[in-house]
Unconditional design. Sequence first.
Length: 236
Amino acid sequence: MYFGGSVISSVDYHGRIALAIFLSQCPLRCPYCQNGELLEDKSEKSLEEVFNLIDDSNDFIDAVVISGGEPLVQARDVLEIFKYSKKLGLETKLDTSGVYPEKLEPLLDWIDYLALDIKVPFDRYKDVIGADIGLDVKKSMEMAYNKDDLILECRTTYVPKLMSLVDLEAISKIVQCDIFTLQQFRNRNVLDKHLYKIDSPNPIDMREFAQFLKKYHLNNIEVQLKTAEFGDEIIE
């Protein structure tokens, strides 16, 4: 499989110490992607090598997280990794853009936690990231939300100039999830070099807007805010 690296992490699965595995390759080219080095990387590891990596980490971890890139480019390998992790009694988490609902569906029985990127309102995907995949993302969200015993987190990164507060409010009206996370754009190591000129949004302004979304649109959902200045916050 195309393998981008791994790390023992306390931040990739909230409340868990996890082995985070990053798989290379992605069909998307989101301008603000911060893992651009993984998009076309073809460094390889065998499944057996990944299993050995999990074995070597097993005494120190509670979970295995698979991220990318877009992990579902290699959905069969993801399934085997999650099956192996479950045999060891580890929890599992997948990070995905939702671009492959047909590949996601058979994995849902093996996932404890799904983090799904909702990049923009579904009808604006082509305008912002150049790929008309909004309906695929919507289908992925609905499948995961209707799956028993699975925690679904929807995540949106607020990128000024590419999207507006109106877009964020539109997203808040359409998401179906257990947790909604609003993330601060950081203008470092992004795919589109023009975005280096865009300042990160003010974290205090973001907190106030997250509170607005919580009050008027997301009152039945846990709302989180992630900023460089204040870290992870739960919005009351």
